[in-house]
Design a protein around this ligand. Structure first.
Ligand SMILES: [Zn+2]
Length: 388
């Protein structure tokens, strides 16, 4: 057996655990930059409650930075400039929100201590000067609120690039947040459409990590644990956002998806989701949800063993035949997507047929490298055309 495992230093999980926010922050520093997403949370009494716990513990906030989209190069550069020009230099970063806020917080914490380049562009995979993160980033406390990307547990931040349109990762093992605080109650105000997209992102990450060519027995056990919780609770959290057990199960599954993907990689749904976002503005979770059944169908010939396990788990029937289990691994996900009103075809996501070539080219990256079935450009094009 051979594996390496990258994990955050400390994880605190539980309904109403946000009371420990200030105490956990004080373990990392005294002067903080706070990066946040959702306006709803920022304007709520919960926000005031969180900030009060910082004050009680003697943690001062020197900058607040808001982000309401997946971060761009300009977002990272301007946030880093703000951090570096703060009256007192911060010694920690707090990221509260969905994947975009946490990714921006991770990027800023790394850029604040790595200034060899002029822009984060110089550090992105496959673009710029190819610089790497040499210095330890500012220590970070991540507080995810959408139960989706699992970004709180991963080593990369996804950054949108304009020219050419693509999404690239700022990646370093040093970027895994030091402390994660997951309070599923913070997700009760997330609207159903975001709950569906981010929950399906987590489910896609768990399934792609499970069948990935880089999976290990350890990451696979985390994926099955996550799926066991996510599958029966995805629709419940979508239908009733205040459902405590469902929100808790989804937050747990999202965290496990982050740990597993950081250690095993992903697959074609994530590979294709990147150019769908960059060229067609499709939100990440929605792209993943539409692509997941397509990925399962495409991989079923080479990931038979894994899809048999998934099908039996989804159908809660250990006696299914292999063929029926593989079929169940796909049909359960298709039915779940129907329940959540996820579009089936790429054209329904706003993709134009003439964009398919760019999407094929843009899908070649770290995620696609983990796909169990190796696909030529021609094969990938015809799969996309079939589902357009
Ligand atoms: Zn994802």
């Amino acid at each position: 057996m051979l594996f390496s495992l990258l994990l955050p230093q400390k994880v605190v999980f539980g309904w109403s655990k946000r009371g420990e926010f200030g105490e956990l922050a004080s373990e990392l520093g005294t002067t903080a930059v706070v990066v946040h997403g959702s306006r709803t949370l920022h304007n709520s009494t919960l926000w005031a409650e969180l900030m009060a716990t910082l004050e009680e513990q003697g943690v001062r906030v020197v900058r607040e930075i808001g982000i309401r989209r997946e971060p761009t190069i300009e977002d990272v550069d301007s946030a880093t400039a703000k951090v570096l020009s703060s009256s007192s230099p911060p010694d920690m970063v707090i990221g509260i929100g969905g994947g975009a806020a946490i990714d921006l917080a991770k990027a800023v914490s790394a850029m604040a201590t790595n200034q060899q380049g002029e822009s984060v562009r110089d550090y992105l995979e496959g673009v710029g000067k190819g610089l790497s993160i040499e210095n330890a980033p500012l220590p970070m406390l991540a507080v995810p609120t959408t139960a989706g990307t699992g970004s709180e547990a991963t080593k990369n931040a996804v950054i949108s690039v304009d020219d050419p349109p693509c999404k690239k990762s700022l990646r370093s093992e040093k970027m895994v947040p030091k402390i994660i605080l997951i309070d599923p109650e913070l997700s009760v105000t997330v609207p159903p459409s975001v709950t569906a997209a981010s929950g399906m992102d987590a489910i896609t990450q768990l399934i792609e990590s499970y069948i990935s060519s880089r999976a290990t027995p350890l990451t696979q056990s985390l994926c099955l644990e996550g799926l066991k919780h996510a599958l029966p609770n995805m629709k419940r959290a979508f239908v009733d956002g205040t459902d405590q057990p469902a929100r808790t199960a989804m937050a747990y599954a999202a965290f496990l998806s982050g740990v597993s993907l950081a250690n095993s990689g992903l697959g074609m749904a994530h590979g294709i989701a990147a150019p769908l976002g960059a060229h067609c503005d499709v939100p990440h979770g929605l792209a993943c949800a539409t692509l997941l059944p397509i990925a399962l169908k495409t991989n079923q010939t080479v990931s038979r063993k894994q899809q048999v396990v998934l099908g039996k788990l989804f159908a809660k029937n250990p006696h299914l035949s292999k063929e029926n289990a593989i079929a169940a691994s796909i049909s359960h996900i298709e039915n779940l997507c129907d329940d959540l009103s996820i579009p089936k075809r790429l054209r329904d996501l706003g993709v134009l047929k003439e964009q398919l070539n760019d999407i094929v080219t843009g899908s070649r990256g770290n995620s696609m490298n983990g796909n169990p079935r190796v696909l030529t450009d021609e094969e990938l094009y015809s799969i996309l055309e079939e589902h357009w």
